[in-house]
Design a binder for this molecule. Structure first.
Ligand code: ZN
Length: 213
């Protein structure tokens, strides 16, 4: 199934929210009552696994955010939490690449994040694995850069579990076949530079490698 739209969930792991705050890169608290932070990337941002990520130059640091990604069969509007996982077709891992310095400036200005999050190459996406009704909140995954462990996440730590994400998204968007959700990143984000090799791996989520140029 080709990718239709790319939804991304922000601030979905408490330790990552805390690390951004401690670096002075974010001072806004999560919004537990209003629902999760949502933004989108264009499908033109996708970089298939096994190919090259061309990092943007001249805009400061480019951070890796390793994330579980789910693809939907559709589902439409106003999906109940209890039915939400019926519309999951596949699961994989991806990178929500972020121009971190630019994003911090945009946040201070109260401006949209697109320039920091939606540029060409900003959505490296692994090959989808079939969803076999595993517990999506019981999966661990890692991000290695040049063989060094940078991120080790576990989906039980999500503030908004996948079913709730689907429910919340479906209140504003009629979910369509091929829509994907980047489900947020755990702690350990950091910069990538040309020459780096990034490997994402997780049981049931596959192993996916990119080279940075
Ligand atoms: Zn992210």
């Amino acid at each position: 199934m080709s990718v239709n739209r790319i939804f991304c969930i922000g601030k979905n792991y408490a330790e990552h929210v805390a690390e951004l705050a401690s670096l002075g890169l974010d001072d806004a608290p999560p919004l537990p009552d209003e629902g999760c932070v949502v933004f989108m990337k264009p499908v033109s941002a996708i970089v298939e696994a096994g190919t090259e990520i061309v990092l943007p130059r001249g805009f400061g640091s480019v951070h890796h955010e390793a994330e579980m990604v789910v693809q939907l069969t559709g589902g439409g509007r106003d999906i109940d939490i209890s039915d939400a996982l019926d519309s999951v077709a596949g699961i994989t891992l991806g990178l929500d690449l972020t121009l971190r310095d630019l994003q911090a400036r945009l946040k201070r200005q109260g401006a949209p994040w697109e320039r920091a999050k939606a540029f060409d190459g900003a959505a490296p996406l692994g090959d989808f694995q079939p969803y076999l009704e595993q517990d999506l909140q019981a999966l661990s995954f890692t991000c290695h850069v040049n063989g060094t462990l940078r991120q080790h996440g576990h989906t039980r730590d999500m503030l908004y579990p996948v079913a709730r994400q689907i429910h919340l998204l479906s209140q504003l968007w009629s979910l369509e076949p091929g829509d994907v959700i980047y489900t947020g990143t755990p702690a350990g984000v950091g910069p990538l530079v040309p020459g780096d090799e990034v490997t994402l791996e997780g049981e049931a989520l596959g192993r996916h490698v990119w080279h940075c140029a």
